[in-house]
Write a protein that binds this ligand. Structure first.
Ligand code: ADP
Ligand code: MG
Length: 435
């Protein structure tokens, strides 16, 4: 193993597997051109070059210095056609230049009620491109796995030899503008209309951009006509995306439209476990459950928290326990709490317990209503600045003594009734992370 490879190996142990696979893995050390004070690495594309320069160059230089005792300048260059040993086939070039992230796989995607339909749709076109549903249109909120799923299909299809293009609307648009400027539209059309699989991410950004809608329409027609698979994602249903030509909108619904909903608790837990495994973070079940209840829906936010926990624990040389986790998440939670109103709390409790908010605020004495009311009052007391008289008024009680009596009762219950306490914790966490 040469020195360059050794250094990359050391870097590997310090970063996450995802980062390693995405960027560092593709680096090649040039043993011939490098010297004792200059280390030269080649990267396959401009994206990797710029990312490594920004994030890892100093780190690499530092590792070289520790290992060799010399001050070493690290150079990251694009692997040009001349340095490649043999001419690459179009498929290989496509493989290098396509922006698919290899860590977005079906194996790494956790399935639950919230995403199983989208998953099944994408999985089936990855096995049978251009045949079953075309296009597949996946929509849903931010950070719910749309890009992940789409790229998982892209990876499978690319590995089976298909020419796959992945682009966000922005990239598609920039490419278009560049080719118009260079008067090379024929090459643009060759690229997008002759591929086997076209993945366009965040299609809602086509909205109100007539020129590119026109171009995309013709791309769509050419691919669809040739039986090539198209996969699209957006933040909303095609019908709800404004500023779209009618002919595009209707085509988006030709194949299969599937939504992704925020993950339910079990799916969230499964996702956290998977991410811990991938990123080599060890967390107890207690902590995993805590994070899953605190973070409402956005999976990207969960990932941010895991890396924050990991980084803090390494910096401060402490194990990640529940106390530590709560501390790290405190700011995030506090921020979310500030906007909480009694209405929000009552609505969330009502929804969770399957009753109407108005019933919580009524004088009804049915057992489930009393239960819901107690929980709401307790959480309002904990999470808002409301005074006793305000609480009394809001929950239709006589005066503040009635409220203070109720709160005493609730405190007793929390001591004695484990289920009640768990419910309060769960809803408190949920509310702390929403809004
Ligand atoms: P979107 O495109 O919907 O905004 P992404 O696909 O970028 O969301 O997902 C955000 C992050 O969350 C990604 O790192 C992705 O791997 C992860 N993620 C989302 N859903 C899941 C899931 N069901 N299983 C595993 N990881 C997921
Ligand atoms: Mg996305």
């Amino acid at each position: 193993m040469n020195i360059g490879q050794q250094i990359l190996g050391e870097l590997k142990s310090e970063i996450t597997e995802v980062e390693y696979n995405r960027y560092i893995k593709h680096l090649e050390y040039d043993i011939k051109k490098s010297s004792s004070d200059m280390a030269i690495f080649y990267a396959p594309n401009a994206l990797v070059v710029s990312w490594i320069q920004k994030k890892y160059k100093d780190k690499l230089a530092h590792l070289f210095e520790i290992k060799t005792g010399n001050k070493v300048t690290v150079k990251i260059t694009l692997k040009s056609a001349q340095t490649t040993k043999k001419a690459k086939t179009i498929k290989e070039i496509n493989k290098v230049s396509s922006l698919l992230n290899p860590s977005y796989s079906f194996d790494n995607f956790m399935i639950g009620g919230s995403n199983q339909f989208a998953y099944a749709a994408i999985k089936s076109v990855s096995e049978n491109p251009g045949k079953v549903y075309n296009p597949v249109f996946i929509y849903g909120g931010v950070g719910l796995g749309k890009t992940h799923l789409m790229q998982a299909a892209g990876n499978v299809l690319q590995n089976s030899g298909k020419v796959v293009i992945y682009a966000t609307v922005e990239q598609f648009l920039n490419d278009f503008i560049r080719h118009v400027k260079n008067k090379t539209m024929d090459r643009f059309q060759e690229k997008y209309r002759k591929c086997d699989v076209l993945l366009i991410d965040d299609i809602q950004f086509l909205s109100n951009k007539e020129g590119i809608q026109e171009e995309f329409f013709h791309t769509f027609e050419a691919l669809k006509g040739a039986g090539k698979q198209i996969i699209l994602t957006a933040d909303k249903h095609p019908k709800k995306i404004g500023g779209l030509e009618a002919r595009l909108q209707s085509r988006f619904e030709w194949g299969l439209v599937a939504d992704i909903q925020p993950p339910e608790l079990e799916t969230k837990i499964a996702i956290i476990k998977k991410k811990c495994e991938i990123n080599k973070v060890k967390l107890s079940n207690e902590i995993i459950n805590y994070i899953a209840t605190v973070i409402e829906s956005n999976v990207r936010e969960i990932e941010g928290i895991l890396s924050k926990l990991h980084a803090y624990s390494q910096l401060m040389h402490v194990d990640i326990d529940l106390e530590f986790t709560k501390n790290v998440l405190k700011d995030q939670i506090k921020e979310n709490r500030q906007n909480l109103t009694m209405d929000t709390i009552t609505n969330v409790v009502a929804k969770d317990l399957n009753i109407k908010p108005s019933e919580i605020r009524s004088k009804g004495r049915a057992k489930n209503l009393v239960y819901a009311r107690r929980i709401s009052i307790y959480i309002c007391r904990e999470l808002t600045q409301s005074t006793m008289p305000q609480l009394a008024q809001y929950f239709g009680m006589k005066d503040h003594t009635a409220i203070s009596h109720t709160i005493k009762k609730i405190n007793d219950l929390i001591e004695k009734d484990e289920d009640f306490k768990v419910k309060i914790d769960e809803l408190t966490n949920k509310l702390s992370s929403s809004s």
